[in-house]
Write a protein that binds this ligand. Structure first.
Ligand SMILES: [Zn+2]
Ligand SMILES: [Zn+2]
Ligand SMILES: [Zn+2]
Length: 471
C-alpha cells in the first residue's frame, strides 16, 4: 500500500530542505540507536529489559531477568501525548501527567456543565467530521451524552465550586488544580507538572493573555482547526515544540557549542527519530465509503488537510533555525508515527471507583448515600464514568513487537493513575526471551487479525498464525 504521493508537494520547505529532511527521517544507524536505548533504560532504571536489534523484526524488547505471571515488566513514561479533544468534556486531567484533578464533585459537575453547553454548541457535527477525515484505524472517541438537564444548574454549579460535597468523596481525594499562569486551557495536578509542561511544550503553545496577540490568534486558529478535524494535529504540534525547545536548550549547553545548527536539531529530534514512521496519507486505510477510483483524491485531501494544519502552526511558532522541522514531509511522518505505533493513552476514572464504593456500602449507609448520589448517576447517564483517553508516544513500549500469543500486555493496575504505559507479564518469561504484546484483539480469526495488522504494515508470522494459516 506504500505509495509515493502523485502530485508534487505544496510545501516549499520540502524542496528547499530535502537533504536535511531525508536525514531527519532516515532510520538511525544501529549503533547510535542501541546507545540511545541503553542510556534511556539506564537513566530510567528499567533493569528488567533491554532493547536489542535482530535481522528479522528490527528492534525488539527482551527480558533481562526472569518474570513470573502478573509481574510488572515496565512503566514507560511517554515522550509526548495529548488527551482527545472530545474527552476533555468528560474528564478534567493534568495536562502533563494526565492524573484526574480537582475532586470527585468537580469531575462530575464539570462534565455535566460541559455536556449541557456541548449540546447547544453542536459538537455532534464535529464528531462526524472527526471520524471521516482522520481515516485512521483508531476511531476517534466521542464525548458521551448524559441527561444533564435532569439536574438543576445550581446543583451542577455547586458541585464545581465545591459548595456541595458528596458522601464519602473524601476517600477519593484528588490533587488540587493548578492552572497555567497564562491561559485557562491547561490545568495541572501540581506546580511541578505545570513547570515541566511549560518547559517541554506549553511555553510555545500557550494561547493565554501573556502571549503576543498575533501569535495568540494564530494558535487559536491552529487549535480550532485541529479540534474540528483531527486532534492528532495537537500531538504532532507538541512533538514539534518538544523538539524546538530541546534544540534551544542544547544550543545553550557548553557540550554542544561546536556543533552546527542542523546537528543540534538532529540531536534534539533523536527521541523521535527512533519511532517507526510512514507518511500518514500514503498508508492510512481507505474509509469504506471511498472506492478505488477515489483513492488518489482521498489521499490528496488528507495531505491537504495536514498542510492546512501545518500552515496554521507555522504562523504561530515557526523558527527559521529549525525550518526542516516545519516541512510537510516531517509533519506527515510525525502523524504517521502516532498512527502506526498503537499507543493509546488511558487513565482510569476515579468517579467509577467512587460510585462502586457507594454501591458496596452496608445497606443502611448505602440507602442514605444514594439519596444524594442517585440523581447524579441519572444525570450522568449510562456511561456515568469515562476514562481519560488520548494518544501518546511511549519510547520503550513502542519497541515491543506484536504477537497473537503475546507473553505480556499493557494493563493499568489500581495504583497506576497517570499516563505511564504499564506492561505486565501474562505468564513466566525467562531472561533472554523477547517480550511481546498484542496490537489487536488476538482472539479474532486468522484472516481478521492479518487484515488489522496490515494497517501496521506487516504480516504476522507468530506461532499462532503459523498454526492457523490456511494452506
Ligand atoms: Zn500532573
Ligand atoms: Zn497556558
Ligand atoms: Zn500472529
Amino acid at each position: 500500500m506504500a505509495r509515493s504521493s502523485a502530485a508534487a508537494s505544496p510545501c516549499d520547505l520540502d524542496r528547499e530542505f530535502a537533504p536535511q529532511i531525508a536525514q531527519l527521517l532516515a532510520t538511525p544507524p544501529l549503533q547510535s540507536a542501541q546507545e540511545y536505548y541503553d542510556e534511556l533504560i539506564q537513566s530510567k532504571k528499567h533493569d528488567g529489559i533491554r532493547v536489542n536489534y535482530n535481522g528479522e523484526h528490527g528492534k525488539g524488547v527482551f527480558a533481562n531477568k526472569d518474570f513470573d505471571e502478573d509481574d510488572l515488566i515496565l512503566k514507560d513514561q511517554m515522550l509526548v501525548g495529548a488527551q482527545h479533544s472530545l474527552n476533555k468534556i468528560d474528564c478534567t486531567v493534568c495536562s502533563y501527567c494526565f492524573r484526574f484533578i480537582g475532586s470527585i464533585e468537580f469531575q462530575i459537575g464539570q462534565r455535566l456543565y460541559l455536556q449541557s453547553i456541548g449540546s447547544s454548541i453542536g459538537c455532534h457535527s464535529e464528531r462526524h467530521c472527526h471520524g471521516s477525515e482522520s481515516g485512521s484505524s483508531t476511531d476517534s472517541p466521542a464525548a458521551t451524552e448524559g441527561n444533564s438537564d435532569t439536574l438543576p444548574q445550581e446543583v451542577i454549579e455547586s458541585l464545581i465550586t465545591g459548595e456541595t460535597s458528596l458522601p464519602f468523596s473524601d476517600h477519593f481525594a484528588l490533587p488540587e488544580i493548578v492552572s497555567c499562569h497564562g491561559c485557562d486551557e491547561e490545568r495541572y495536578c501540581s506546580q511541578s507538572c505545570a513547570n515541566s509542561d511549560w518547559e517541554s511544550y506549553h511555553s510555545l503553545l500557550c494561547a493565554g493573555s501573556n502571549t503576543e496577540p498575533s501569535r495568540r490568534s494564530a494558535l487559536h486558529k491552529f487549535i480550532e482547526h485541529a479540534n474540528g478535524t483531527n486532534d492528532i494535529f495537537l500531538v504532532a504540534a507538541k512533538t514539534i515544540t518538544f523538539t524546538l525547545l530541546r534544540y534551544k536548550k542544547l544550543k545553550k549547553h557548553p557540550d554542544f557549542q561546536a556543533g552546527s545548527n542542523f546537528s543540534l536539531l538532529m540531536e534534539a529530534w533523536k527521541p523521535f527519530s527512533m519511532g517507526f514512521k510512514k507518511r500518514w496519507w500514503d498508508y492510512i486505510a481507505l474509509p469504506e465509503d471511498v472506492d478505488a477510483s477515489g483513492e488518489d483524491s482521498f489521499r490528496q485531501e488528507i495531505r491537504d488537510l495536514a498542510f492546512k494544519s501545518l500552515q496554521l502552526l507555522k504562523d504561530a511558532i515557526f523558527d527559521a533555525e529549525c525550518a526542516p522541522l516545519f516541512s510537510l514531509e516531517v509533519y506527515g511522518h510525525i502523524i504517521g508515527m502516532f498512527e502506526l505505533n498503537n499507543l493509546d493513552l488511558v487513565v482510569a476514572s476515579p468517579v467509577e471507583d467512587y460510585f462502586i464504593h457507594i454501591y458496596d456500602l452496608p445497606d443502611d449507609e448505602k440507602d442514605e448515600a444514594e439519596k444524594v448520589t442517585m440523581p447524579i448517576v441519572d444525570a450522568l447517564g449510562e456511561d456515568y464514568s469515562v476514562n481519560c483517553d488520548g494518544t501518546a508516544f511511549f519510547p520503550l513500549q513502542s519497541c515491543m513487537n506484536h504477537s497473537c500469543c503475546p507473553n505480556a500486555k499493557a494493563f493499568k493496575r489500581d495504583e497506576d493513575n497517570d499516563s505511564h504505559a504499564v506492561i505486565i507479564a501474562l505468564g513466566p518469561i525467562s531472561k533472554g526471551d523477547e517480550i511481546t504484546i498484542s496490537y489487536i484483539d488476538e482472539d479474532l480469526p486468522y484472516e481478521e487479525r492479518q487484515a488489522e495488522l496490515a494497517d501496521y504494515g506487516f504480516t504476522c508470522t507468530c506461532s499462532k498464525c503459523q498454526e492457523e494459516k490456511p494452506n
